[in-house]
Design a protein around this ligand. Structure first.
Ligand SMILES: *Cc1c(COP(=O)(O)O)cnc(C)c1O
Length: 442
């Protein structure tokens, strides 16, 4: 059943765009049922974790000051450990973002003379400064920690031969980024991460395998910690915060690794015992409870966008049919105007700041202008519908999030409408794509 055109018309969507969207969505019915099944499994997994540790009303209150005996904080960390099947977890509002969580995991578990190995190519941009790939004050390089990298093979496979060669007596930690970030390589499935970890442990069982899990949580029924990762790390303003966490990051993993991180976050001797949760706990719990369905909505949005834009002839990564291991979708427009129109359309679909028009600007740390669309309840939250694109070839946008599938769908239709309104696409092109799509339905 569909709700008809009326509400879409009231929100500025043309009939051609609306009808094309309906056809694309119809084609995805079966695929979406699979995503709902994953969400159902993960919902029960989270619920079981909460019941097992007897989350109570008192857990939602929080503490001030030192935060000694913070029942809610300590219980939440047990719930995370339960869901990720790890010995322990650190889940704190004092972890300011994903980069901070990753820096904390690295800096607390490495000592001077150790080496980090990335066997999956260059890590996420902000980690370059943490590690010291780009010289930066306070980086691991300044503390005498070195870095080695093995790129993926041209076909996206692991370069096992060179990974074996790169592992030496100083290799202490292997960092594996699940999501592709702003690169063009495929995102790694949990199964592939498991194969890579097994290979590394086969050479050096004592090496710490850390996975940057950003954007990957709850996309599959298993997490990297189910396939041998010693630590999984991520941001609470992405998937596991469920859109409600106003700040925060997590590290889940082996007890020793998590303890090291706690001693670094607070202080040697204090560790997990301090760190008031203030008023954040209710949102942490409720967000984690909603995270499986929120992630499912974002995933449906990403797949819808891939199919919608693919049908119009644009290059999309991942493509419309590929299996998904994170919630990010890239669409290549080939022109600056396309990138700008897409982002302005996403912004116009937002529940907050929809009246604002984003423009490209010189963002610190980037070598080209960047345009960002984010009309979010939590500033910078990218589990909410958001998009950004650097104004440089190949003129691609990276798009993710949507707290509900219905909102993600509307946002994507609104982005397409913006392209039509700006004359970058003809209404006839949309009609033609609809006709082609209809044929593949029957
Ligand atoms: C978002 C992200 C980070 C960094 O998280 P911030 O919260 O933006 O600091 C690190 N790695 C990956 C793969 C990410 O997607």
């Amino acid at each position: 059943m569909n709700i008809g055109y009326e509400m879409y018309e009231a929100l500025g969507i043309s009939r051609e765009v609306y009808e094309y969207g309906e056809i694309v969505a119809k084609r995805l019915t079966e695929r979406f049922a699979g995503i709902d099944a994953t969400a159902e499994y993960n919902q029960l997994k989270v619920l079981r974790g909460m019941q097992e540790h007897q989350v109570s009303e008192a857990c939602l209150l929080g503490t001030t000051g030192y935060g000694y005996n913070d029942l809610g904080r300590d219980t939440l960390e047990k719930v995370y450990a339960s869901v990720f099947h790890t010995e322990d977890a650190l889940v704190r509002p004092q972890i300011t973002c994903g980069t901070h969580a990753l820096a904390l995991a690295l800096m607390s578990n490495l000592r001077p003379g150790d080496e980090i190995l990335s066997p999956v190519g260059k890590p996420y941009d902000t980690l370059e400064e943490v590690i010291g790939i780009r010289p930066s004050r306070g980086s691991l390089a300044e503390y005498g920690v070195t870095y080695a990298q093995v790129d993926l093979l041209p076909d996206g496979g692991f370069d096992y031969e060179n990974i074996r060669k790169a592992i030496n007596g100083r290799t202490r930690l292997v960092t594996i980024q699940r999501s592709k970030g702003y690169q063009t390589r495929p995102t790694l499935s949990v199964a592939r991460i498991g194969e890579l970890i097994a290979f590394v442990k086969g050479i050096r069982p004592d090496v710490i395998c850390m996975v940057d899990n950003c954007y990957g949580e709850f996309v599959e029924t298993r997490e990297p910690s189910d396939v041998g990762a010693d630590m999984v790390v991520g941001s609470l303003i992405k998937n596991p915060g469920g859109g409600l966490a106003p700040i925060g990051g997590y590290i889940a993993g082996r007890r020793e690794c998590v303890e090291n991180a706690a001693y670094r976050l607070t202080s040697p001797g204090l560790g997990k015992e301090v760190g008031a949760s203030l008023g954040a706990l209710k949102d942490f719990y409720q967000g984690f409870f909603l995270a499986p369905t929120v992630t499912a909505g974002a995933l449906k949005g990403a797949i819808f966008a891939a199919n919608l834009y693919e049908g119009l002839g644009y290059d999309v990564v991942p493509d419309g049919r590929e299996s998904r291991h994170d919630i990010i979708q890239a669409v290549t427009f080939g022109t600056p105007e396309g990138v700008v129109a897409f982002c302005q359309g996403i912004q116009a679909a937002a529940p907050v700041d929809s009246h604002v028009t984003p423009e490209p600007w010189d963002m610190p740390g980037y070598d080209a202008q960047v345009i960002m669309a984010a009309g979010a309840f939590v500033s910078g939250s990218s589990i909410e519908l958001s998009a950004d694109g650097p104004i440089k070839p190949p003129y691609a946008v990276y798009f993710q999030g949507g707290l509900t599938w219905q909102h993600a769908k509307f946002g994507i239709l609104r982005s397409l409408q913006a392209l039509v309104d700006k004359g970058l696409l003809e209404a006839e092109d949309v009609v033609e794509a609809s006709e082609k799509s209809k044929k593949s339905l029957s």
